[in-house]
Design a protein around this ligand. Structure first.
Ligand code: C2E
Ligand code: CA
Ligand code: CA
Ligand code: CA
Length: 279
């Protein structure tokens, strides 16, 4: 009994520690959302499988806290979503991306379209389409220069309303992708109802492709259906030549992964991937 109690106490102490850590992180994140300090955006290229050309890039938020150091998105994004801080953080990210695009365009470079992740709260916030329209105007961006990635769970909820928002974004020329495809509650039939342009097959299926027949069946099904529906397909998380080769028999247009390019800061992205505008 004595031991049980000590274990229990230890457990309680650990719980308190976890709560304290989480609270500290949330407080730090709140400061960051207010000031924007320590936030940066990295860009990861989407590469045409057949030509090797750059088709676009995904913007990924990075947070470097002065005393905590770099905090991974896997840690702070869920916290930001739970606490609502994702709204101010997402707003900051959009301005970072738009500002960077404006500078590149001003330098005579030809940046590809950039995709920004939207979590549920961001997608459902009032007036999203008008916010995006104003952003395009404020930074004088070409139609479609910024697009969005959403997960299935966001879109399945209130489908009629989701369609209206997606249509508004499509009118601004935005590419729209369903992210992490296959991990949600996909009823595949809902796909044809949604005005999206792209499906991103989740990394877990790409990594399972060589080993598991289940993954292969899902990739075959998803890519076959995407082809029928005229949707682009991105394979996420391609890390090896073997994985790239394994994808060759499927209808996959685009590759995103460490094998073709890691997420990098803006300057490196420009050096590696941007070319001058042909006037
Ligand atoms: P995601 O949208 O699925 O983004 C792709 C993640 O996979 C990124 O992780 C990227 O660095 C990583 N990745 C890319 N290629 C490979 C690969 O070949 N192998 C492996 N193992 N990983 C690869 P990251 O940057 O840590 O972001 C994690 C998640 O955080 C994202 O998943 C996204 O859901 C969320 N996130 C990141 N930035 C933002 C943002 O600005 N807003 C919102 N709402 N969510 C964001
Ligand atoms: Ca994404
Ligand atoms: Ca993804
Ligand atoms: Ca994700």
């Amino acid at each position: 009994k004595q031991e049980g109690r000590n274990t229990y106490r230890l457990f309680r102490a650990e719980m308190h520690q976890q709560d304290a850590d989480r609270l500290r992180l949330e407080t730090a994140l709140r400061d960051t959302a207010e000031t924007g300090e320590g936030l940066e955006v990295h860009f990861q290229p989407l590469i045409h499988r057949d030509s090797g050309a750059v088709h676009g890039a995904e913007a990924l938020l990075r947070w470097h806290h002065p005393s905590l150091g770099p905090v991974s998105p896997g840690e702070f994004i869920p916290l930001a979503e739970r606490s609502g801080l994702i709204l101010p953080l997402g707003e900051r990210l959009l301005h970072l991306v738009a500002g960077q695009l404006r500078r590149w365009l001003g330098q005579g470079l030809a940046p590809p379209r950039i995709a920004v992740n939207l979590s549920a709260r961001e997608f459902w916030q009032a007036d999203l389409v008008n916010r995006v329209r104003r952003l395009y105007r404020e930074y004088d961006l070409p139609a479609g220069q910024i697009g969005f990635e959403l997960t299935e769970s966001v879109l399945l909820d209130k489908q009629q309303k989701a369609v209206a928002i997606l249509e508004g974004l499509r009118e601004l020329g935005c590419r729209l992708a369903i992210d992490d495809f296959g991990t949600g509650y996909s009823s595949l039939s809902y796909l044809q109802e949604l005005p999206v342009t792209t499906i991103k097959i989740d990394r877990s299926f790409i990594q399972g492709l060589a080993e598991s027949r289940g993954s292969a069946a899902i990739v075959a099904g998803v890519t076959g259906m995407a082809k029928e529906l005229g949707l682009r397909v991105v394979a996420e998380g391609v890390e090896t030549q073997e994985q790239l080769d394994a994808l060759s028999r499927y209808h996959v247009n685009l590759i995103q992964g460490f094998f073709t390019g890691r997420p990098v800061p803006a300057e490196q992205f420009a050096q590696r991937y941007l070319t001058r505008c042909a006037w």
